[in-house]
Write a protein that binds this ligand. Structure first.
Ligand SMILES: [Zn+2]
Ligand SMILES: [Zn+2]
Length: 237
């Protein structure tokens, strides 16, 4: 077999099988000549089944969480071909595995089950009211992000700075201090912010925005807030 021909085919990324198919020879024969000419099969699919995808390459990509569509693109084949080889090798995409695990979880009637999350690997999933299982780690992340977003909005609407000392450097150090302690329906600084923005807004309206130092002074009686209800102005005394 001609060295130059082989070199060109390998450079084009063709597998031994694909080159073999071009010249009507077995992949092992192509492999023999590659070795003889001291070339290397650059393509990782040198042992790919004829016209198909190799198990090792497919398995690695499935493990990386690729979808059927991305597998098809990555290997330059149709989605139908990918499905065929996945079936043949008994492999499952991450999505299919999740669906199967979640169906099994439904049958088990458990509320918390271990399922592989695309972002967190094996993680506890909780049955949500809409009937699907959700990764608890993803949910915690989402809740924290939402809490930060809502708080940023409320802080901006409240003037963005401590109403006692003007501190504004870090939103995390700004807190909502209830003007009427008997009205402490919920704490804005804690879980309450996950409620609807409108509800949180109503609650924030009954508070003064203060930094954590001033908040401690207020709570300890070292500082007091004077509130002019009519103009909703807050003054330091
Ligand atoms: Zn997750
Ligand atoms: Zn302050």
């Amino acid at each position: 077999m001609d060295r130059r021909f082989l070199e060109e085919q390998l450079a084009a990324g063709r597998s031994l099988e694909q080159i073999g198919a071009l010249v009507g020879k077995d992949a092992s024969t192509v492999g023999y000549w590659v070795k003889k000419h001291r070339l290397t099969a650059a393509h990782r699919e040198k042992h790919a089944p004829k016209g198909g995808l190799s198990r090792s390459a497919l398995e690695a990509d499935v493990e990386r969480g690729l979808s059927i569509r991305s597998l098809a693109t990555a290997h330059g084949v149709s989605e139908a071909t990918v499905r065929h080889w996945l079936r043949k090798f008994g492999l499952q995409t991450a999505r299919a595995a999740r669906m199967q695990a979640s169906e099994a979880a439904h049958r088990s009637e458990k509320e918390i089950v271990e399922i592989r999350c695309l972002h967190h690997g094996m993680a506890p999933h909780i049955l949500e009211s809409r009937g699907s299982f959700r990764c608890t780690k993803c949910r915690a992340k989402w809740v924290a992000a939402r809490r930060r977003r809502v708080k940023a909005i409320l802080v901006a609407e409240a003037g963005g700075r401590c109403q006692l000392c003007g501190y504004s450097r870090y939103v995390g150090a700004l807190q909502f201090h209830h003007l009427d302690p008997t009205e402490k329906a919920f704490s804005l600084s804690r879980g309450g912010v996950t409620r609807s923005l409108e509800k949180a807004r109503q609650e924030a309206a009954k508070c003064a925005l203060v930094c954590s130092n001033c908040h401690a002074e207020l709570e300890g009686g070292a500082a007091t807030l004077q509130v002019d209800r009519a103009s909703s102005d807050v003054a330091f005394r």
